[in-house]
Design a protein. Structure first.
Length: 236
């Protein structure tokens, strides 16, 4: 099988981006975009104009849909390269591969997602002591713990932009875990931050639920967090 990979490239953020098209052959219908990029980076490939293809900069780690490092825009949709099969685009005959657009580009398909972790620090999303989930919070805690921090939810969120007041579901999900587990007194400070940086800016489009690679029920987590952090405080 043959497919054309249209890869959006640039050596640095200051450079003008361009598309480099590579004709790629594969035999396995389960072969992924991550596999294709790995093989291309081994060398020996030329683009459709006959030029040698230099190594494509992209991030990866586990390649098993566990870490979220290989998030990028594939076929116009944010996805994990390790979980996106080339055969999905076989009918079209080509697929466009781009970096995430909500984050600063470092080079090629690599972006700087540090804003997500800065946002988590800003709302003090950590524990000062050990905490265990009880029967009431265990399901919420488990679902929230599956977040990959890949940034796909932020890519499709109409309200998020890097550096903005709204931190998006990438902060809302881990916050939901602590809000469900902390007792009323200890969650007061986090509840205020959740209200300020999530609840007050969320338009409830739920695009995050549709795109989440981990299949997290973001709407259920949001309903639970809104109740604990906002409504119980307003109508107590």
């Amino acid at each position: 099988m043959q497919i054309r990979l249209d890869i959006k490239r640039r050596k640095s953020a200051a450079d003008t981006p361009y598309l480099q098209s590579v004709s790629y052959l594969f035999d396995d219908i389960n072969e992924t975009v991550a596999t294709a990029l790995t093989k291309i980076n081994r060398g020996g490939y030329k683009d459709t104009d006959g030029r040698a293809v230099t190594a494509v900069e992209w991030e990866c780690s586990c390649l098993q849909k566990k870490c979220g490092a290989c998030a990028m825009v594939i076929g116009g949709v944010p996805r994990l390269a390790c979980d996106t099969k080339l055969s999905l685009f076989q009918k079209a005959g080509f697929v466009r591969i781009e970096p995430l657009r909500k984050f600063p580009v470092v080079s090629d398909l690599t972006v700087d997602r540090s804003i997500m972790f800065k946002n988590l620090r800003d709302i003090s999303l950590w524990l000062d002591e050990e905490l265990s989930a009880d029967e009431k919070s265990v399901d919420t805690a488990y679902d929230a713990s599956r977040c990959l921090q890949c940034g796909c939810c932020l890519e499709v969120c109409p309200n998020f932009y890097a550096g903005g007041k709204f931190y998006g579901m990438a902060a809302g999900i881990p916050a939901s875990k602590l809000l469900a587990q902390l007792d009323k007194g200890k969650r007061k400070a986090l509840a205020k931050q959740y209200d300020k940086h999530f609840y007050s800016g969320c338009g409830k489009s739920l695009s995050c639920k549709d795109i989440c690679p981990a299949g997290i029920e973001t709407d259920a987590l949001m309903v639970n967090s809104n109740a604990l952090a906002v409504f119980k405080r307003l109508f107590k």
